[in-house]
Design a protein around this ligand. Structure first.
Ligand code: MOS
Length: 746
């Protein structure tokens, strides 16, 4: 069998436009909230206006009497909803485990207390506003200042972290804070649920149809075959759509109650309250080094806020134990309860806020040592993962730093604060390293090679906009030699072979082995038929003397053009299709992790321009070099990193969900007041990839390349801000108040 890379014209590694692009730009792609079914009703939740206390009364008499209203659901009539058993990745996971309306306790602002179902969205909205809710308020706490309310957990430890710190000549002890950030995919969360008296169909905005099905079946108390979940297209998610949230269950209860299909689309305001956020993190970093800049101790103690009932940990120390060489290290974590909806994974969970702290601290240490910050990192490059003693499957961080420095022109940097000028502006140049784990989840796939000369590949994963449709077609094309437009890709339906969640930057690495096995099995069937069927031009040949190339069956050693299109073989065999299936294992407990430390790495270089006289700060230029293994689709891969860097500009300068301490409400819960980086904020971007296939990880050597693009960006920018202005910002985002009065002396 050929390998995917044999052909000089391999579709692997090229820039390939998304095959679903025409569907999207022409408006034919059906997103969840586009789904309309006969008899569809609309549901709008009623949300709590206190952050802590009890629900004492619900008066919905007026709402029920309003035009078009079919029902008002509440604790007394919602029907049974169950809790899931394991809350594990294998058995189904949710971040908010309490089913909606389970009790009358209010634990966060915006918690659902009732649901109105009506003929139209407008009727349901008006009636929801007419529901009168009585509360008994209790004290709430949404403070951003954190102190652990439980013993901290030691996540990683080696050597004598305290001794290595105390005895070092150079020490740094600082605390870094990242605020609540809210995912703002443009597509709002939505569910269209349909109970037909026997089973449910859910159209969902989900990054995991498999997990959504697995949790819904448990919470509704039904066997798997009674719950189908469909998600054909998604307008992104950034992690907020990884796990099921209570509105899916509200929609299920609504269709169960009315016997009609029900659509529930969240408002942007609800997106800030009810479907997760990145929690506040508060991270104390202590670094110690000898006079040459060799680390002697690294201590990273972090806290994050969590909801009252759930226990989400933002693993800020994910990258800390393996990123740099140090004999002494300790990483601890702790959580603090707040009256907020449950936090959840947000693009690069853990590593992204964690690397803001670590990469800021490394810059501060470089300043104390009077050492170039690139050189400091190179001097602390580890040979193995010192937290486990395991070798890295593939690690080229130093080359990322060197190549990035070269492209950026780092050698021209003068270290003095405010010492670099251009066009009357002060320049700041900063650098940060980044890291993200190589993850792969279990996946199954099927491939049909059809007599009409086309192929179909199916996998129960989904495309959140990253290019999953395209990469699956590329994988089949790479083995069969078929052009992409002859390959149909079916995703986004739990009726398909179960596929991975779209998270952890893991889909591509997860599906490669399953799709390759399925494709090879289907090709093997074609070759066997070619040899066996009397009407075949190869009748009587040995199957293993035949080959598959350019979509044709031919004799080995001869060019594909000498053979016949594979569809002719299937026609001769009177078959509709030759089918193959593939299955690959994986997960957070991937056995390969016992042998290798598997991570992508990279380096970001940032330039800011600073005009102290008008207090204007801009990110003007970013150079990023990513070591992500083999890149399968250069265009989609670069898009991932570019998008992440723009998000990093927002993280550094804008994003901050503010809670009003009086009412416990997120107050900037809209896209006018919650600022995300836009085109006008986008710096000149130069993204490149090193090309070191990680073939220990999979046959093609591809690791994940999405989330790593965000890791480290905010630190590169705040390090540049320090270089320009002399102001060290340790609490994101950088505000203009942080900088007022700075830089005048320079
Ligand atoms: Mo990503 S936070 O794993 O969707």
């Amino acid at each position: 069998m050929p390998t995917a890379l044999d052909s000089p014209h391999s579709v692997i590694g090229q820039s390939q436009s998304r095959i679903d692009g025409p569907q999207k730009v022409s408006g034919r792609a059906t997103y969840t909230s586009d789904v309309n079914l006969p008899g569809l009703l609309h549901a709008v939740p009623v949300c709590s206006t206190i952050a802590s206390g009890k629900l004492t009364s619900l008066d919905f008499a007026a709402a029920e009497a309003m035009p078009g209203v079919h029902a008002v659901l509440h604790r007394g009539n919602i029907g049974r909803l169950y809790r899931i058993s394991g809350n594990s990745m294998d058995q189904g996971y949710v971040d908010e485990a309490r089913p909606p309306f389970e009790d009358d306790v209010i634990r966060y602002y915006g918690q659902y207390v009732a649901l109105v179902i009506a003929d139209t969205f407008e009727m349901a909205s008006a009636a929801a506003a007419a529901v009168k809710v009585g509360y008994e308020g209790a004290t709430h706490d949404v403070s951003e200042r954190l102190a652990s309310d439980a013993p901290v957990h030691v996540d990683s430890e080696r050597g004598d972290a305290d001794g290595g710190y105390d005895s070092a000549p150079v020490q740094l002890d600082e605390t870094y804070i990242t605020p609540v950030e809210t995912h703002n995919p443009i597509e709002l969360h939505a569910t269209v649920a349909h109970w037909d008296g026997d089973s449910y169909t859910f159209y969902e905005t989900t990054q995991s149809i498999s997990n959504h099905q697995g949790t819904l079946m448990q919470m509704l108390g039904l066997p798997k075959e009674k719950v189908r979940v469909i998600s054909r297209y998604l307008g992104s998610g950034f992690g907020s759509k990884l796990w099921m949230w209570p509105h899916s269950l509200l929609a299920a209860a609504a269709t169960r109650h009315t016997g009609r299909p029900v659509k529930l689309v969240l408002s942007r305001k609800m997106m800030f309250q009810n479907v997760g956020h990145r929690p506040v993190t508060q991270q104390r970093v202590r670094l110690a080094a000898d006079a040459n800049g060799k680390l002697t101790s690294l201590r990273h103690d972090f806290l994050n806020h969590r909801a009252i009932l759930d226990n989400y940990v933002e693993d800020c120390g994910e990258a800390t134990p393996h990123l740099y060489s140090t004999p002494n290290l300790r990483v601890t974590s702790g959580t603090v309860q707040r009256n907020v909806g449950s936090p959840t994974a947000m693009r690069g969970p853990g590593a992204v806020p964690g690397l803001f702290a670590i990469e800021s601290a490394m810059d501060e240490l470089a300043c104390k040592l009077n050492l170039d910050p690139v050189e400091l990192r190179i001097r602390n490059e580890p040979k193995v993962d010192e937290s486990s003693g395991l070798p890295f499957s593939s690690r080229h961080l130093v080359e990322c730093l060197r190549q990035g420095a070269d492209t950026f022109g780092w050698a021209q940097r003068t270290p003095g604060i405010g010492s670099m000028k251009r066009d009357g502006m002060t320049l700041g140049w900063g650098v940060a390293a980044c890291s993200w784990p190589g993850l792969r989840f279990s996946a199954e796939a099927s491939v049909d090679l059809r007599a009409d000369g086309t192929a179909r590949v199916a996998c129960g994963t989904q495309d959140i906009g990253t290019g999953t449709y395209t990469v699956l077609a590329q994988l089949v094309a790479s083995l069969t030699g078929l052009p992409l437009d002859k390959i149909d890709v079916s995703l986004g339906d739990s009726a398909l072979p179960p596929g991975p969640l779209s998270g952890g930057s893991a889909v591509t690495a997860s599906v490669i082995p399953a799709v390759f096995d399925a494709t090879r099995a289907a090709m093997g069937t074609v070759l066997a038929r070619a040899a066996a069927v009397s009407e075949s031009p190869f009748a009587g040949a040995k199957a293993d003397s035949l080959a598959f190339g350019s979509g044709r069956v031919h004799r080995q050693g001869e060019v594909p053009e000498s053979g016949v299109p594979f569809g002719q073989i299937l026609a001769a065999a009177k078959m509709h299709a030759a089918s193959g299936t593939g299955r690959a294992k994986g997960g957070f407990d991937d056995p390969l992790k016992k042998q290798y430390s598997i991570h992508s790495h990279g380096a970001h270089f940032a330039e800011v321009t600073w005009q102290p006289e008008i207090a204007q700060l801009r990110v003007s230029r970013m150079v990023s070099v990513i070591d992500g293994g083999r890149i399968l689709n250069l265009q989609a891969g670069r898009n991932q990193i570019e998008g992440a860097i723009v998000m990093g500009v927002g993280m550094a300068l804008f994003e901050h969900t503010s809670y009003d301490e009086r009412y416990g409400a997120p107050v900037n819960s809209n896209l006018a007041d919650y600022i995300i980086a836009s085109n006008a904020d986008t710096p000149a971007l130069d993204v490149s990839f090193l090309d070191y296939p990680d073939t220990i990880f999979n046959e093609l050597g591809a690791r994940g390349i999405a989330e790593i693009g965000l890791a480290g960006v905010a630190a590169a920018i705040t390090n540049a801000v320090y270089h320009a202005s002399g102001v060290r910002v340790r609490r994101l985002p950088v505000s203009i108040e942080d900088l007022l009065g700075a830089g005048q002396a320079a």
